[in-house]
Design a protein around this ligand. Structure first.
Ligand SMILES: Cc1cc2nc3c(=O)[nH]c(=O)nc-3n(C[C@H](O)[C@H](O)[C@H](O)COP(=O)(O)OP(=O)(O)OC[C@H]3O[C@@H](n4cnc5c(N)ncnc54)[C@H](O)[C@@H]3O)c2cc1C
Length: 597
């Protein structure tokens, strides 16, 4: 094998979480040798496509109590409250830091930072940079990371396995995509920042690279995946492509209409619309700005009643922003207009936009504690790949961009500290593991000539099974069918064959490796969902319609089991000051101002 590479801290992933972790580690201990491995050039990470904004309490009419309350109730009480409190406390600091690094937050006329309303939030608190927030955040993080000369970047390197020896994570193997070589990278601490895995579903806002690799790597290394059954459908994706129409369109006043021209959310107990309510009322959470799980479920009910439009790309409802006028649309949500014109075939200035629910985000992921550490010493995780848990059973829009800053930073600091205290490697054993991984990739893929199964067939069958059995509504029967299908596909995957046996930029090989991870995380999801016999947040069981706090106010932990289905275990939710209650959305809620607390 090629020469072994060695660093103190290695971050896998060059998105928002990865870059924030890099900066934090470099700042914490400037003497450390840090590296970042990313399968794409960092600016191509999915964070770049985030549109709407990042939440953090900044205005006097708001308070941290409000943000904590919104996040916990939005999560249907499955969030760990100590993590939420920490997050809400750190959020404004992180967003301000980002401003200092060059993120051009949109402004009020008086020059202060502007905030917009977002789904499930009692009051407006979402910072934004027009509707290209992720792009600007990622730029600010990336350019800041460049000033740390102690950081080595491995762009377009595909991580395949974690190296674990003596009960410690001590590195990884990665394919250098340009040469196709499998390389060994030893690290005293590893931080997993590989993003989500929405691609296990057929219709998603997620970039093609979001295949859950890091969840798969941690899971195969023995780390449990937490709360995998909770998958967020965003209520407004463009039919056909799944391209996201950001919640900011509704935050700025967009309304949803069914095929009868009705503002159908009126029937779903999601509060009073802003325009018919007292405009001075401080609660800014209106029907269209209800939480995403409730809105996506409402769509399904409208569909059942025949109240949706039909098209060659499936059913849809309409998102109407015409009343905002061309000037406001161009100023506040220019990207929405661009996307609707180019990919939805309508100009929202003149016509409503066709939209339908689309898989958007995974609340679950690599189980970490509040300091972003996993139970495997030497391994941290942050960003969408991790589950702290901040988002519980349903994430609120705009909490994720802030989460990757808050917990990315925490992971970077923790990993840096650990690396200073654990100087030694079990080099010989780690190199033997890496050689085994190199052989596995050669034998199972590159050099294998007789495989008859196609990657695309297995992937399509997986995605179809996920949507039909583990979508917005689920039953024991549907989930069991999905779980059985995944077990069958895992078997068939052993016989997968590649057409491309070359080494340089072999995208068929990386597709195969991604599919291998997808099958694993999909299986953990199906079994976690099967065993959660209640309905909570985004996990809706039509055979168990009620929330069941007595049995399921707990996180599920799925552990890899080489012999078959994952073992599912549970962990108590951390409750501090907010005892479980019913989720209520509407004008009866009260806003707490900073002066009041
Ligand atoms: C269209 C869209 C709009 C969104 N809008 C918002 C919003 O307005 N507000 C909000 O709060 N959230 C939003 N979200 C969610 C949020 O953007 C994501 O959850 C977040 O950006 C994820 O960041 P991350 O750093 O965890 O992962 P990513 O940005 O996805 O980065 C993952 C990184 O991991 C690397 N990687 C993955 N696998 C491997 C491997 N095997 N080897 C090496 N490297 C690997 C990739 O190269 C990449 O650099 C949006 C999401 C989407 C899809």
């Amino acid at each position: 094998m090629a020469e072994t590479i060695q660093h103190d801290v290695v971050i896998i992933g060059g998105g928002g979480a990865g870059l924030r972790a890099v900066i934090a580690a470099a700042e914490a201990h400037p003497d450390l040798d840090i590296a970042m491995v990313s399968k794409v050039y960092p600016m191509r990470s999915h964070t770049v496509s985030a549109e709407g904004g990042a939440a953090g309490v900044i205005k006097d009419n708001d308070s941290k109590e409000n943000h904590i309350h919104d996040t916990i109730s939005g999560a249907d009480w499955l969030a760990d409250q100590d993590a939420v409190e920490y997050f809400v406390d750190e959020a404004p600091k992180e967003l301000t830091l980002l401003e200092h690094w060059g993120c051009p937050w949109s402004r009020e006329p008086d020059g202060s930072v502007a905030v917009r309303p977002f789904g499930g939030m009692l009051i407006e608190r979402t910072w934004f940079a027009a509707d290209k927030t992720g792009f600007h955040m990622l730029h600010a993080l990336f350019q800041t990371s460049l000033k740390y000369t102690q950081v080595t970047r491995y762009d377009e390197w595909f991580a395949t396995r974690l190296l674990v020896e003596n009960g410690r994570c001590q590195g990884l193997t990665a394919i250098e995509l340009r040469t196709g070589q499998v390389r060994t990278i030893l690290a005293k601490a590893v931080i997993m920042c590989t993003g989500g895995g929405g691609r296990i579903f057929p219709f998603t806002t997620n970039a093609a690279i979001k295949t859950g690799d890091g969840m798969g790597m941690a899971y195969l290394a023995g780390v449990p995946l937490k709360d995998m059954e909770f998958v967020q459908y965003h209520p407004t994706g463009l039919p056909g492509s799944g391209i996201l129409i950001t919640e900011a369109a509704r935050g700025e006043g967009g309304i949803l209409l069914n095929n009868k021209g009705e503002r159908y959310l009126e029937a779903y107990n999601l509060g009073t619309p802003l325009d018919v309510d007292d405009p001075e009322h401080p609660v800014k959470r209106s029907m269209e700005l209800g939480p995403r799980d409730r809105l996506s479920q409402a769509f399904m009910h409208e569909q059942d009643q025949g109240n949706v439009f039909d098209s060659e790309f499936g059913t849809y409802v309409q998102l109407d922003v015409r009343h905002l006028g061309e000037k406001e649309i161009n100023r506040k949500i220019p990207f929405v207009r661009e996307l609707a014109k180019n990919y939805g075939g309508v100009d929202p200035v003149n016509e409503p936009i066709p939209v339908r629910p689309v898989v958007h985000y995974m609340m679950g992921g690599v189980a970490t504690d509040i300091s972003a550490a996993t139970e495997l010493p030497g391994l941290w995780a942050a960003g969408e790949t991790a589950c702290v848990s901040l988002n519980g059973a349903n994430r609120l829009g705009s909490n994720s961009l802030t989460e990757l800053l808050v917990f990315g930073a925490r992971a970077g600091e923790g990993a840096a500290e650990w690396a200073r205290e654990h100087p030694d490697f079990d080099t010989a054993a780690l190199e033997a593991q890496a050689e085994a991984e190199q052989r596995r990739i050669a034998d199972n893929f590159i050099n294998k000539q007789d495989g008859t199964e196609r990657i695309s067939t297995i992937r399509t069958e997986l995605q179809t099974a996920m949507e039909s059995g583990a979508g917005i509504y689920r039953t024991e029967q549907s989930l069991q069918a999905t779980a059985d299908k995944i077990a069958e596909l895992k078997e068939r995957f052993k016989n997968v064959g590649l057409d491309d046996h070359s080494l340089s930029f072999n995208t068929e090989l990386t597709s195969a490796l991604e599919l291998e991870f997808m099958l694993e995380i999909a299986e953990s999801l199906a079994h976690s969902a099967l065993q959660r016999t209640e309905s909570r947040g985004s996990h809706q069981r039509t055979d168990y319609e009620a929330r069941d706090d007595a049995n399921f106010l707990r996180h599920s932990l799925a552990r890899y089991n080489a012999g078959g289905a994952p073992a599912i275990d549970y962990q108590d939710v951390v409750i501090t000051n907010w005892p479980p209650a019913e989720r209520v959305y509407g004008a009866e809620e009260t806003v707490v101002k900073t002066d009041d607390v």
